[in-house]
Write a protein that binds this ligand. Sequence first.
Ligand SMILES: O=C(O)c1ccccc1N[C@@H]1O[C@H](COP(=O)(O)O)[C@@H](O)[C@H]1O
Length: 222
Amino acid sequence: MRRTRIKICGLTREADVEHAAAAGADAVGFVLYPASPRAVTPARAGQLAQRLPPFVTPVLLFVNARADEVDAGLQAVPHAWLQFHGDETPQDCAALAQGRPWLRAARVPLGAGAGGFDLLEFSDRFAAAVGLVVDAHVPGYGGGGHAFDWNALPWSHPRLGAAARVVLSGGLTPANVTDGVRRVRPWGVDVSSGVEAAKGIKDPAKVSAFIAAVRQADAEGT
Ligand SMILES: O=C(O)c1ccccc1N[C@@H]1O[C@H](COP(=O)(O)O)[C@@H](O)[C@H]1O
């Protein structure tokens, strides 16, 4: 059976970290972007990451961060993966990551079609990324709770390795993620708004429902 990897992002509370891990998340995200309503400091991310059991990966999310800011995050959470969600070039990402695994967010315009966004070109440009978080283009760079047109991109193209590098993101919810996994067949999914009670506050029932909805699509073998 396929097993779509699941990242729950934008955590700010110990209880939410512990629930996400217990419910079956593969990764949790901490937003180190001060302008986000879900922002945490590096020190706080370090405290939260200590609540994770083995094999659940902490991911530090940055938007156009300086090297010293990324360094501070990695000092606080040394085993973290990195997610670059801004305008970083491939060279920026490689330099900032210092050999750590990193993901790069792609931002697909909203509305019908992909609005000129070329996923294959993006994938080639960011060939050194371990994964591409394919998100909607929203103000504030991300976390907007809006889904783009999943039918507009060539997910099964061989240049994407049958979507093996794709993490579907943007406006996912317990109600739509089963359909998203069926259509895209991504390696993973990433969610923030769709499992929240309020910005930065996760709803445990929504987190559990989201993970169950992903597993439903997995069980269908699609
Ligand atoms: O969560 C944020 O506040 C955020 C801010 C800046 C960049 C990215 C952010 N979050 C990421 O956005 C996507 C989609 O989120 P949503 O599910 O639509 O709310 C996801 O990768 C978040 O990690």
